[in-house]
Design a binder for this molecule. Sequence first.
Ligand code: SF4
Ligand code: MG
Length: 339
Amino acid sequence: RDVILEARDLTRHFTLGGGLFEPKTKVRAVDGVSLTVNRGETFAIVGESGCGKSTLARLMMRLDRPTSGQVLFNGQEVQDLARRDMAPLRRDMQFVFQDPFSSLNPRMTVGKLVGEPLEVHAPELDADTRREKVAALLAQVGLLPDHANRYPHEFSGGQRQRIGIARALASGPRLLIGDEPVSALDVSVQAQVVNLLNDLKQDLDLTLVIIAHDLAVIRHMSDRIAVMYLGQVVESGPADQVFDAPRHPYTHALLSAIPEPEPGRVHNQLTLKGEMPSPSNPPAGCRFHTRCPFAQDNCRTHTPLLDAADTDHQVACHHWKTIPEAGKPAPPRRRSVGA
Ligand code: SF4
Ligand code: MG
């Protein structure tokens, strides 16, 4: 197995407040996350807003520094990189952001936006060659050569995201990290951009890391999935296993919220009570226990570790062996427990 990106026991804690009338609070945005992304796969990180997935993405992109733990890209610790050694990392690892409009300078033409990374990463190219490269990049994302002379505001949301992707591809990256790359788009356009990312992954041998809150979006594009809750990974594994037989009640609940793609299949629904607690004051024991219908006494006091449910499928739950799986008929509930 060829690992391109790895997080090792990564934490990122923020201190908020500390003003005259407010106490300081420590927010555990990311709390002990370990994961590996294999070369050539699409790895999805999913969870509700506030679960720490964007912070995790920023740490992996080295746009932020961890409180502790490590990020390794191609086996190299990225925190240690000196400024002058950052260029190869920025060339090989690129980002696609949620809101293409705010990440594109409105005063730059599309040609300039897409050509700018070439000036940085391939300064030896002359202007004509650069123009040709820009035209090729635009074609690659389904835009026309003369779109290069227009400005971002002249395009629809989906086209702007294509511009953002062309810009990300300009340096010839090996890994693309997308933080909610389609969630700002109309549902009808989302599938087009997902298909584009899938095609580019095949054609360019890319590795994709996709951050999303919507499991429906990543269902048909991911090879492996990590599900996050309150700063921690609660389940990870091959996408088909996680989708067809989720082991963690939280994953089950997330899946219950999306429509069943196979008509007639009995979907064992699990609806959650309440909101996600604040990451500044996570519940003791299993962080999910305040919302878990299967919580038992030890869940309130003992933190479950990620445990192998199958070789490549891991779950952080004390009771996954006795909890009904999604997609299978639920056995009679022995107890119903809230917070
Ligand atoms: Fe629910 Fe307990 Fe499992 Fe946490 S450890 S998910 S509270 S059953
Ligand atoms: Mg986010």
